[in-house]
Design a protein around this ligand. Structure first.
Ligand code: AMP
Length: 282
């Protein structure tokens, strides 16, 4: 597996391979890899001749300094995992390489999809995501790029970016990979205790409960019931629970408003912020 840390080197690698007729897939990550990330690499491997994974903990998308400082990282372990799924190259730039002048976001129009949920609760987060993804797409001009539905709103924001700025890359959304107990895999899960990981199964259980009862109860009844369940468990702090349309990401009250409903949740447990979502017509 090739390893590059400069934009110039990864750019030459990608363009040379594309000139040779190879189809290139790209998987951007922040490292601390798990099976969720690896599923994206595997999907990209199936659909392309070669796959590049980037590992970069992007400072501009963290709205809480402590979250950035505590973000797990182990490059050697990540490299081993990427080798195990036959990844062709890893791009591992420094902060200075990606932000040579100043560590700041670059102005962008995010659209109404970025206003709700993560957009409302993490000020500046999507501006940071768009800033780095735009830079990464310039450095790695791939045919297709793979993102997880775990960060469903992020996936929508990136689709919007590519469309509005006419970036020539296909965006592919991939399903959420879960632990056996249903907890969505996340690098942040490493900060939970064993007990916390067990208890966190409540999140997916509640999402499944919403899906099961979606056509029986009203949206406000569903939300109230889940809020009550979390209230009964002191260790959880529910930040938001929204039932929203998958395409517009606008929450709604009346079920008839949306043909593509999805439930979205953000919960705090042991000081760790966990997000998850579920399609309600699956
Ligand atoms: P991150 O390293 O958290 O920025 O994630 C990098 C990519 O992996 C993003 O597109 C995420 O949505 C995706 N991802 C993270 N966790 C999962 C998961 N459990 N299942 C599927 N994709 C995931």
């Amino acid at each position: 597996m090739h390893s590059y840390s400069t934009i110039q080197a990864i750019y030459s690698y990608v363009t040379k391979n594309r000139e040779d007729g190879k189809r290139v897939g790209f998987v951007p990550t922040m490292g601390a890899l798990h099976k969720g990330h690896l599923s994206l690499v595997q999907r990209a491997k199936k659909e392309n001749d070669l796959v590049i994974c980037s590992i970069f903990v992007n400072p501009t998308q963290f709205n809480e300094k402590s979250d950035l400082e505590n973000y797990p990282s182990d490059f050697n372990r990540d490299k081993e995992l990427l080798l195990s799924v036959d990844c062709d190259a890893v791009f591992f730039p420094s902060v200075n390489e990606m932000y040579p002048d100043e560590i700041k976001t670059e102005g962008t129009e995010l659209g109404e999809i970025a206003v709700t949920m993560e957009g409302a609760n993490r000020p500046g987060h999507f501006e940071g995501v768009v800033t780095i993804v735009r830079k990464l797409f310039k450095a790695v001009p791939a045919d297709a790029s793979y993102f997880g539905e775990k960060d469903y709103q992020q996936l929508a924001v990136i689709k919007h970016l590519v469309k509005s700025e006419q970036i020539p890359v296909k965006i592919v959304g991939c399903p959420i990979i879960r632990e056996e107990n249903g907890l969505a895999m996340s690098s942040r899960n490493e900060r939970l205790s064993q007990m916390g990981k067990k208890k966190a199964s409540l999140i997916y259980d509640q999402l499944k409960w919403i899906r099961e009862h979606y056509f029986e109860l009203s949206v406000s009844e569903l939300i109230q019931a889940v809020e009550m369940s979390f209230d009964e468990h002191d260790e959880f702090n529910l930040e938001y629970l929204s039932i929203a349309d998958e395409n517009t990401l606008q929450p709604f009250e009346d079920r008839r408003t949306s043909n593509h409903p999805r439930a979205f949740i953000a919960v705090w447990l042991e000081g760790v912020r966990l997000i998850d979502n579920i399609g309600l017509q699956e």
